[in-house]
Design a protein around this ligand. Sequence first.
Ligand code: ZN
Length: 376
Amino acid sequence: MVNPNKVTERLFQSPSKYIQGPYAIQNAAKYLGKLGKAPLLICDEIVWGIAGKELVSALEQSEFKVHRAVFGGEASREEVDRLANLGREKSSDFVIALGGGKTIDTAKTVADGLALQVAILPTTASTDAPCSALSVLYRPSGEFHCYTFFDKNPHVVLVDTTVVSKAPPRFLAAGMGDAIATNVEARRCRFSTNFGGGLQTEVSAAICEKCEEILFKYGKQAYEANKAHAVTPALEAVVEANTLLSGLGFESGGLAAAHAIHNGMTAIEELHSLLHGEKVAFGVVCQLVLDGVPTTELDRYIEFMLSVDLPVTFELLGIPNVKDEELRRVAELACAEGETIWNLDRVINVDFVFGAIKAADAASRDYIRRTGWKKN
Ligand SMILES: [Zn+2]
């Protein structure tokens, strides 16, 4: 968040334990036992059917007393308060998040409010929410509301890749959209403070680079494996890139324009059905334009996004007739005070951002025309 205080300390933070592998949920008791015995389990109805029952039976065999709370669907302040009251009523001694990004962000905020530890069990690799000590809250209408920050990162993050491989491939692709932003954003905020309030360490920059390397190497292959519900080395690598590397990378590296433009895009109602990473993917193209990268470099990213069906034009985003006034509003919100766009090591104003949004769509359309790319 810029560096007005001339911060000189480097800072890196992370969860205490990260576990990933096929059928990992069956071993949950082994990793969660130190957190307590009476967890509040937050998951929605769909996830309950996919992985909830299996998790609860694994925990009950080890004498956990699980209280299940049904997640309402939006990571809003109202939903956090409702679930926190439930946790208080049931005297829960830790919180489990089982599900996607919004479930995770909600559970982290609930746990923080109750001063309890939290274990994160993502059922998709669709965002980098699991590892960080912050949440994004939305208004009940779905618009971006604010970032909230916690003292601690989640204690345990446990990813069952068998469960992830059964989720629709669109989720994995969205996770890649979120993860491909990590290095693009972090490399442009070397002189700004990260989410922990310090400067990047050498390891955070290395993690961001490794994250991007994995996506370019294995992203497409993992996407195809996911379509076949197959757990492969490529899928494992991409799940780790989307969840662990992207999570550590953005938190201790820093966010910049791609996420600020994503946050602005949440003001367009037609985009509410899109996943976080799908909008971030478009934000990445916008930031690369703002960064002034050469066309060959821009093409490399656009090609990657299209290979996993991430939307990089207004048409692919589902807003072919979006008006300039709406895009200007997105640019204004992206440039709001306190937004991560101010971490960028270059001059920023609303006009530049508005121009970059228009030019990102134009560059991607040009790429599609030149290469004859077609949606499968
Ligand atoms: Zn993100």
